[in-house]
Design a protein around this ligand. Sequence first.
Ligand SMILES: Cc1ncc(COP(=O)(O)O)c(C=O)c1O
Length: 307
Amino acid sequence: MPVPVSVPVPLPADVAAAADRIRPYARRTPMLDLELDGRRVLLKLEYLQRSGSFKLRGALNALLTTPPDDHVVAASGGNHGLAVATAAALLGRSATVYVPVTVPEAKARRIEAAGARLVRHGATFAEAASAALDAAARPDHRFVHPYDDPAVVVGQGTVGAEIVADEPSVDTVVAAVGGGGLAAGTALAIAGRAVVAAEPEDCRCLHDALAAGKPVDSPVGSVAASATGAARVGEVAFEILTAHGVTSVLVDDDEILRARDLLWEECRIAVEPAAAISFAAWLAGRVPGKRPCLIVCGANADWTAAG
Ligand SMILES: Cc1ncc(COP(=O)(O)O)c(C=O)c1O
């Protein structure tokens, strides 16, 4: 049985409202109908979103449902941090993003270039997140969680809403999972169709939660860990994912890297490893359905580094 959550669980109508809210600021990303070795699959090219990932959608919806003078706080050296910084800039809001001192320079630079105040704090992400939560506890501050926040979940769901609006024949959507915000939002948006949650073997918090019947801590490894490395699936996401019967499939790191390389070789699509997880699951034959669509969700790799 799902654990009770302390916040209201969003509904499909909330995704439609989020789509209207963020439309002036987010890109409607295109789809590619790909034929490969006699098989067909649709790709939702969400890595072309502003800030380089779908995370902008959730950040925009969170900010647009927060009083305009509130100061926005986030903790993330990755796609969420960049998305919050970008959303704040687009909306003319002030934001502070906490990162650990170990954050790669390229990522820190992008967050600062987007206009946010960057605070380097602590050796680990957990220390940075705890400082961010302390700062956000002050009045008129809004902490934007990367996935366990109903406004963020329904914002991410707008990707799924676009998929079925543009291609009503889609029967299955595959989303990569970190804390489950993207997969849960997609499940709300496309209720009645199947959602497959794809996870790295070494970052499998949803898989472990489904086995345990509740969110549990899981080890975090994988080449995709900088994006999908949540140790525990979000409670809001878990409630939605179980209510919608979402299944989890696993792919290993070799499969993820092969899929990422094939996206480049076949389509000249250059993405980070996490964005190739859904394609890896499809290549391995682990995706059901007659008309699947894979969310190609982020491109914030550091192109000067290997991997
Ligand atoms: C590119 C990419 N894919 C997938 C995810 C996982 O998203 P979620 O935490 O909503 O499950 C993330 C999270 O940062 C990401 O950046």
